[in-house]
Design a protein around this ligand. Structure first.
Ligand SMILES: [Zn+2]
Ligand SMILES: [Zn+2]
Length: 269
């Protein structure tokens, strides 16, 4: 059994075969998928994309939130809609939210403000947060800001969160673990140059990690360059198993158990 803790299944890259993609995941023993609900961002009518998908499929859960890329587009109406959507029983987390200083699609001060506002809303909704963090090249800037903001504004909530598609250092992983976070590894852990990700996956306790695809992006080797999909999460499990001395199935089982207990899910619904 495997769990894909982070999948973007909305969007036109799946319009032709979305149901088949989900069927292939089930056939590959990927029983649980967390659909990320950023959609195309505020003002596009897509903030409910993951909620809609979760209601169509057993074993698919949803998040809601505004990605840091689109932080500058967020208006009060959008926050109101998120607040309403967050009450849906299939919504189990708020995200992905955070900081992206690599693309800087939104000004950094706006990213921080929208991140803080969504943490407040997640706290009211009693939902854990899914974090996206990407610094500028050769810089720790987004990590420094992110870890400080979480320490000062979130850690005390006790709700915890997930650092998705982890690409930091062992020190960043350790700092996030100390703040009560789970670390989620994506298909880029299989890329030859990603030794820092493999180093981090070697030290994160097995009961504090998730695996994900972040599909349609970051297809793992041997699918690299193609559209990614939840069935491929097994390649991330295989890579972590190699590092830790387990089979892909054992890593799948453990990370699935982690997912269910973190989100207090006892069964698919
Ligand atoms: Zn992300
Ligand atoms: Zn994502």
């Amino acid at each position: 059994m495997f769990t894909d803790s982070h999948a973007h299944l909305d969007g036109n890259r799946y319009d032709a075969d979305r149901a088949e993609v989900i069927a292939r995941a089930k056939a590959a023993q990927v029983a649980t998928i967390l659909a990320i609900g950023n959609g195309d961002g505020p003002g596009t009518g897509t903030l409910d994309c993951a909620v809609k998908l979760a209601h169509l499929h057993d074993g698919v859960y949803a998040t809601v939130g505004i990605h840091p890329h689109e932080a500058a587009l967020a208006k009060q109406d959008d926050f109101d809609e998120l607040e309403r959507l967050a009450r849906d029983p299939k919504v189990i987390a708020w995200g992905e939210i955070g900081l992206d200083y690599f693309y800087d699609h939104s000004p950094r001060d706006v990213q921080q403000r929208v991140f803080l506002q969504q943490m407040e809303m997640a706290r009211s909704a009693k939902l854990p947060i899914i974090i996206h963090c990407r610094p500028s090249d050769n810089s720790e800037n987004a990590w420094d800001d992110l870890l400080r903001i979480i320490r000062e504004n979130w850690a005390a909530s006790g709700l915890g969160g997930v650092l998705h598609c982890f690409t930091g250092t062992v020190a960043h992983a350790q700092a996030a673990l100390d703040l009560g976070f789970v670390i989620s590894f994506a298909g880029n852990i299989t890329y030859p140059k990603a030794q820092n990700i493999r180093d981090a996956a070697s030290i994160v306790p097995l009961d504090r990690m998730f695996i994900e695809t972040d599909c349609p992006y970051l297809a793992p080797v041997p699918h690299r360059g193609k559209r990614n999909e939840p069935a491929y999460v097994i390649e991330t499990a295989r890579q972590i198993g190699k590092l830790r001395g387990f089979s892909a199935e054992e890593v799948g089982q453990q990370t699935s158990q982690n997912f269910l207990s973190f989100f207090r899910l006892t069964r698919s619904n």
